[in-house]
Design a protein around this ligand. Sequence first.
Ligand code: ZN
Length: 272
Amino acid sequence: MNADLGPDIATAAAAIDDHTIELRRAIHQDPELGLDLPRTQKRITDALTGLGLDITLGESTTSVVADLDSGRPGPTVLLRGDMDALPLQEDFPLDFKSQNDGKMHACGHDTHVAMLASAARLLAGNKDSFTGKVRFMFQPGEEGFHGAKYMIDEGVLEGVDRAFAIHVTANSPAGMIATRAGALLASADKFEITIHGAGDTRRPRTTAPTRSPPWVRRSPGCTRWSVAPSTPRSRAWSQWPTPVPARPTTSSRQWPGWRARFDPTTRRPATP
Ligand SMILES: [Zn+2]
């Protein structure tokens, strides 16, 4: 997708604000967990109906994939939003408080669904402004249920050139976008890696930790990270290579143009 929506995109998004908020609150009121979210799926397909999208429902989960074709050749860009809630009790006097005991959209995925559905609506109404295709990926089971894996197995990434996702956060003011290099938020997933390799006698054996972190499984013969057993564990951990330093957060503070175009109080573009 090569888009040329320009600054009008903020105005266009604001124009369907009510629609976005209404969908978000409907989903917030009716949270569902895991991979089986039939009512959330129905709300998504209802929101996408009539936009000219090619909609595919998941076979192994209640996912939704919707394709938008500009009719002109170009890359395929995937936009992804997760759908599932958390097993928490909502205890806040909201008009649109969760009606399902022990379930709550505490992570904001209700917002992600509404944002993605509205992105589909905006782009479907502006097909002349981009080339290529856009694929909208509504993913259940983000909170530790491997929802993305099921969708990938069903082919959601086939033909996709780039993929983007966004997560709301209460740590930044409304109207601000922030990012950084590397990991940004906690994840409910875990993974193990196996390092295969031979020992390297050129490396001093005392500069590495006494043991791998618990998420690393060393294969037999891999001695690269081993040190003298007498190294205190605390010292070993302090010697574990630190991740690549993150670049400073990029935010709208560094994009004055964005901030000038958007009023976080009214959630509408600021009048010049
Ligand atoms: Zn989340």
